[in-house]
Each structure stands twice: as structure tokens, then as C-alpha cells.
Ligand binder design. Structure first.
Ligand code: PLP
Length: 505
């Protein structure tokens, strides 16, 4: 199934023809023209704008250029997009409509609060929903992403211990955690203690018991972890950390698998962040904006940054509370990416409690169905496998395939593109050699999962019989195999394209 368009669209500078215009404006009246000249003469020469090197094209040329560019792009509305840990699922288009309503787009964060009661009510009600879904007491909408939520969480852990007169310096992070966890802990000034995974892919409890001490500030847990496994010993983990006087942070970036089924608050967690741009509408991976609301227990709510959204029953009105003396400090301007929360709220209301549970079930079912089809393929292994079902995602190792054929996970990923399927995440989590991390999400129908399995099976066949073919992939996309090192630096990539094409800088 070849679904990719193969436009080789030039830069708009290459399309440019001198004198081409989109709109023909009426000629300036002589009088105005003369006045303009007069005015221009008043401006010092060195301040006059030089002629800008802008492309010139007709309206039709511009429309075609950008339409073709959009068709060179792969997106969730084109086909399967199984990036592990990213939840690239279908998000209802209606939610985009709500987010672009005038009342959402045209409110200003400095507007008098009496004029934005509807917006504040939306946030207030959304907070109640998120508390219900996670079992937490209060939320802040301020963090603009999951990683910023983690950073806020770490600052609150610090504030909590300082209030107790303690200076706990160490944050425990499992080796299967998302990479942002240790990064956020470090940024907040903690020293990271890594705890290993046991043979079933869960936190090694014995090791945790030896690591958790009176120096431990807390533990950050991604659950389900990046292997797609729910931490089986969650209650023990909570006991050990609380027993040592630490706090528990729940990385709920991928809540898909558990929403409506289990709540971090009930498990005993003190702080949780959600990536509403993964689980609750708004596609992840588009470069933002996103939102990473953070929920806390009653004991920690005083540390949440200002402002919080409150309700005053006497006047039946909503307001932003800036009077928060114990808050950890300013995280970001204003109170979060509002339009993203409009989508979150719409999504939760559309789905309802039952719908959210169904989504969780479908995401787990789809992932296990696909895993059952892939696990028997030649050269493929499922590390840390205990035989129990995975959650919303799973990780394969192509280590054996690489040894036997020279075809690595990266090459396999490139070959997927030729078949019109987006590649899974590669080389993450780091504890798995030649990793392919697959998250099909709840929105992929069985037919697409079957197609994915069939494509992967074909690629593996090819690796054993015609490895060169896989090593040269992709062939069927607008841009072929690129230099991975340069590509990981957007500026270099952009420059090298431009220079190759001889376009003006
Ligand atoms: C995506 C993700 C993050 C980071 O979220 P951003 O919004 O990209 O900052 C953190 N933890 C997990 C488990 C994730 O999947």
C-alpha cells in the first residue's frame, strides 16, 4: 500500500518570478504618492528599509506550493503513526473548532476577570475532572509541557522537605523512566539515583530498598513505564519511599492505558503530571503548544504556583488566586495554554467516564494484539517479557536481526516509510538494544494493525534475503536517507537543504 506523495517541491524562492503578484492593488493617487515621497525624504537614509529579498509568486503558485508541501508531510490523518510514548492518536477535529472559537482566541490574559467568567469556569470544571481522573486534590494548569510539569513537581518536592527543615538531595529514577525525568530532577538541583529494572521490566524492589535512605527526596515513576509495563509492585514502591520520608512523583504523560481504571492518587502518589497533548486531544509531536498540568495532594497544594483557579460561592464567580505565599515561584507567564485546555475539556466531556475507560481498553487491546503478531517474527525479541499483557505500548529488540543481517532498527524504521507507515520510535528506552518502541493507540482499527504487522514481516524477510535493499531505504519518500547527525540539528538540516538548492540565504 503506497500512500505517500512524491512531490519534490522546490523552495518558494525558486518558484519566485520577478513581478509576480497575488493581488493587484489600484494605482496610488498622484497626491498621495507625492505626500509619501515627502514623508520618505524626512527619514534619515540609513533608517530606510532596503529592498527585501522576498519571493514573488502568484496566488495560485503559492496555494499549490503549500498544498504540495503539506502532501510531502506524514501525519496522523495520512496513516498509522505508532510512536511509542507519544500517543499519536486521532484527535477529534471538532475540538480544533472549539479551540478556534472567537471567545477562546480573542480573550486576553490581562482582561478583567469579570469579563472571562466562562473561561475561568471551564478551567475550574476541568480541574475537577482531572482530580477525579487522577485521584489528586488540586491542579495547576501553568506548565506548558510534560517536562515543565516534572520540573514544577521537583521544585515542590524540594519545598516540602525544606519546610520540614530537611535538605534531601537525591531523587530516585528507574532506568526505564522517560529521559525527561532525570533531566528535570537535575535541573531542580537533585542528584539522580538510578534504580535498575528486574527481569520482568519492573523496578527492582530489593535494590530500591537499599537505595532509599534519609537522603532520598523522592522517586519519579513513569507508569506504565517506557516498556509499556504497569509497575506490579506499586504499593511496595510507595511504602518504601514514604517509609524513607520521600515523596512520590507520578509521570502520567501516557495516561491512555489507565484512565478510568486506576488512579495515581489511590496508589499513594503525592504529585502527578499529565500530558494533555498526548492523552486528552491535541496531537503530540507538532512542536506545540502543549500543556502539562500538575496535580497534588491536599498537603502539597500550597506549593502550587500562582495563579490557581478558584470559585467564590457567595458571589457565584470564578477568580484567579495570586495570593499564594508558599508557592514555589513563577513557572511561566499567565496561567497555561488555554486553547489546549479547551480541547482537553471538550474531549473529556465528549468521551464521558465510560468513553475514557473504553479508550484505555482499546489502547491496551490494540497494543497486545499487535505484539502477539510481531513477537514471533524472525530476529525479533521482547525483552523483559513476563508473558503478562503489556499496556498501551511495547518494545521490541531487533538485536538478533542486526547480528544476523546487518540490518539495524534504524534501517527497518526507514523501510517502514516506503510502505506508507510511519516508523515506530527507535533506540528508546536505552535499556534495550536495537529498540523499536510501538504504541498503536486506541484509534487504529484492526485493519491498520494487520497492515503494520504485514509490513514489518515483509521488511524482516527482505532483511534476510536482500539486506542491501533495506539498508538503502527509504526510496518512496520525497527525501531519501539523510545524514542522521546533521538531521538531528534542525539548523544544519535547514541550511544544507538551502545551500544544496542554491537558494538565497
Ligand atoms: C512525552 C513524555 C514526557 C515529556 O513530555 P513533553 O510534553 O514532551 O515535555 C515525559 N514523560 C513521558 C513518559 C512521556 O511520554
Amino acid at each position: 500500500m503506497y500512500r505517500q506523495s512524491r512531490w519534490n517541491e522546490p523552495l518558494i524562492f525558486e518558484i519566485s518570478r520577478e513581478g509576480a503578484v497575488g493581488h493587484v492593488l489600484p494605482k496610488l493617487e498622484k497626491e498621495i504618492s507625492a505626500q509619501l515621497k515627502e514623508a520618505t525624504n524626512e527619514i534619515p537614509k540609513h533608517l530606510l528599509r532596503a529592498k527585501l529579498n522576498l519571493p514573488e509568486a502568484s496566488e495560485l503558485e503559492v496555494v499549490r506550493h503549500f498544498t504540495r508541501l503539506s502532501q510531502m508531510n506524514y501525519g496522523i490523518s495520512v496513516g498509522t503513526y505508532p510512536l511509542g510514548s507519544c500517543t499519536m492518536k486521532y484527535n477529534p477535529v471538532a475540538n480544533e473548532r472549539f479551540a478556534s472559537l472567537e471567545k477562546v482566541q480573542n480573550v486576553h490574559p490581562l482582561q478583567d476577570q469579570r469579563t472571562v467568567q466562562g473561561s475561568l469556569e471551564l478551567l475550574y470544571r476541568l480541574e475537577k475532572s482531572l482530580c477525579e481522573i487522577t485521584g489528586m486534590h488540586k491542579f495547576s494548569f501553568i506548565p506548558a509541557a510534560g517536562a515543565q510539569g516534572e520540573f514544577l513537581g521537583c521544585l515542590m518536592v524540594k519545598a516540602h522537605h525544606e519546610e520540614q527543615g530537611e535538605h534531601r538531595r537525591k531523587m530516585i529514577v528507574p532506568d526505564s523512566a522517560h529521559g525527561t525525568n532525570p533531566a528535570s530532577a537535575e535541573m531542580a538541583g537533585f542528584q539522580v539515583d538510578v534504580v535498575k529494572s528486574d527481569e520482568t521490566g519492573c523496578v527492582d524492589i530489593e535494590e530500591l530498598e537499599t537505595i532509599a535512605t534519609e537522603e532520598t527526596a523522592g522517586l519519579m515513576l513513569t507508569n506504565p513505564n517506557t516498556l509499556g509495563i504497569f509497575e506490579r509492585n506499586i504499593e511496595e514502591i510507595v511504602q518504601i519511599i514514604h517509609g524513607a520520608g520521600g515523596l512520590l512523583y507520578y509521570d502520567g504523560a501516557n495516561l491512555n492505558a489507565i484512565m478510568g481504571k486506576a488512579r495515581p492518587g489511590d496508589m499513594g502518589f503525592d504529585i502527578v503530571h499529565l500530558n494533555v497533548h498526548k492523552t486528552f486531544s491535541t496531537p503530540h509531536g507538532g512542536g506545540g503548544p502543549g500543556a502539562g498540568p500538575v496535580g497534588v495532594t491536599k498537603e502539597l497544594q500550597k506549593f502550587l504556583p500562582a495563579p490557581t483557579v478558584e470559585y467564590q460561592s457567595a458571589t457565584h464567580s470564578y477568580y484567579l488566586d495570586y495570593n499564594r505565599p508558599k508557592a514555589v515561584g513563577k513557572m511561566k507567564m499567565f496561567y497555561g495554554n488555554f486553547a489546549v485546555y479547551v480541547k482537553t475539556y471538550a474531549y473529556i466531556l465528549m468521551m464521558g467516564a465510560e468513553g475514557l475507560q473504553l479508550a484505555a481498553e482499546a489502547s491496551v487491546l490494540g497494543s497486545n494484539y499487535l505484539l502477539s503478531k510481531l513477537r514471533t517474527l524472525r530476529g525479533v525479541a521482547v525483552p523483559f517479557d513476563s508473558g503478562e499483557p503489556h499496556k498501551h505500548e511495547f518494545v521490541l529488540s531487533l538485536s538478533q536481526l542486526a547480528k544476523e543481517t546487518g540490518v539495524r532498527a534504524l534501517d527497518t524504521a526507514k523501510r517502514f516509510l516506503d510502505h506508507g507507515v510511519h516508523a515506530p520510535i527507535t533506540y528508546f528506552p536505552l535499556i534495550i538494544d536495537e529498540a523499536l518502541m510501538v504504541e498503536p493507540t486506541e484509534s487504529e482499527p484492526k485493519r491498520e494493525l494487520d497492515n503494520f504487522a504485514e509490513v514489518m514481516s515483509k521488511i524482516i524477510e527482505e532483511a534476510y534475503h536482500e539486506p542491501k535493499k533495506v539498508l538503502g531505504a527509504p526510496y518512496n519518500t520525497s527525501v531519501g536517507r539523510i545524514n542522521e547527525v546533521k538531521a538531528s540539528h534542525p539548523k544544519t538540516l535547514c541550511l544544507s537543504w538551502r545551500m544544496k538548492r542554491g537558494a538565497p540565504r
